[in-house]
Structures are given as C-alpha cells and as structure tokens.
Design a protein. Sequence first.
Length: 250
Amino acid sequence: MPSKTVLILGGTQEARELARRLTLELGRRLRVVTSLAGRRDAKPGLAGEMRVGGFGGIPGLAKYLADTGVDLVVDATHPFSAAISDHAAVACTGAGVPRLQLRRPAWRMPAKADWIEVDSLAEAAEILPKFARRVLLTTGARGLEAFAKLPGIWFLVRLIDAPKGPLPLARHEVITGMPPYSLEDERALLKRHDIDTLVAKRSGGQATAAKITAAAEAKVKIVLIRRPPPEPGPQAETVDECVAWVKNHL
C-alpha cells in the first residue's frame, strides 16, 4: 500500500513521462495521480491514476488536497496555463504541501531566425499587417478572436482537436495534428502553404521545436508570445529533476 500521494498537474508530454517514471520507479511506495483539465476530446493513456476536470478554483483545489491526502504536488502544466499554476501556488502554500514547478526550457532561437517577441495575442495581431500575408498560427484554439479583424491575412490554423464550431477568422484553413512534429514535415508544411509568418507561443519543448528551425531556414518571420512569469517556489527543467525531487521527499 503506497504511503504517500503525489498529484501531477498535467496535460503535457513531460507530465505523462513523469507519471510513467514515478509509477515505474516508486509505484509500491507512491500513489501517482495526474489531473487533466479535460479540454481535449481524447484522453491520453497515463500511468497511475487520472482525474479529469477543474477543481473549482483555489478553494476546490485546497479541498481536493485535503480530501485526497496529497503529500506532494508537481505542476507540470503548459507554460501558458497561468491560472492553474497560480491556484496551485496558493492552495499548496495554505495547506503546507510541497510543490515543484516543471518549467521546460524556452527554445533557443537559431542565429539566422527573423523573430520578435510580444506580450499577447492582441499585440501579435496588431503588428501582423506590417509584414504578414500567409500565417501559420499555432497558438491553440483559445483567443483566436484577437485575429478576427485581419481580413487581408490568410491563416493556417493548426490545432490538436478539430474545432467544435466556426473560427472567428475571415480567411483560414484548419489542420489538426498531435505533436511531436518532425523537421521534414514542418519544412513541407511551410512550403506547401506558402507561409511567410509563424505565430506561436514561446512554450519551449522538443515536441514542437521543429517549426522554429523550419521557419528560420525558410526565412519565415517568427512572432512569439512571451511566457507568463513562473509562480514563486522551487522549479525544475527536466523530468529527471522532478523524479529526484519526489524521491527526496519520500
């Protein structure tokens, strides 16, 4: 019977790998629970236990920590999932539960890349008319209304799941796909659709890094949305570091 419980706030490849490693290496001593927001149509196969859905804000997460007897929390959410990271920071501090943030390193931009970093989708949309004609948009399904008033620009919108309704874009095409994406495929995608600009969140990670390399090679302008700052507290950059942190707390 496991003596302690770790809650992984998941939804990323790193979270899946962390659940696998902890279950494999510590499964007899540790109960591993991964929480997913539930926005995806398909749920990934995960080692250990899985819960799906929101907690109900900070009070709901605090109640879950107490009711479930969570001893450790690893926040391995997407770098742009600022709300859940904030909730975890407050709830864990209040409950006295140790918390670690897994912050994957940001991409190192190729020396020949033509790129700019902005603070928001709205700022990206504001500058696009200055240079963009055909845009590969990889910022996800949320917030696309920021680009709604740009009828002179054609968008290739890449999503993981097909949208459930029409997108708020005048001229666009939707493609779906699950990372990781290969460099060869990214090169072909840019060429096939005559892309001149890439808009992406600066999320980092190897699974989607190929688009940055391909864009730099093709002299495609890159517009990156700046990451929100991390919450206060300990951080790790790799799954190995997270596993070591959990072991140190057992």
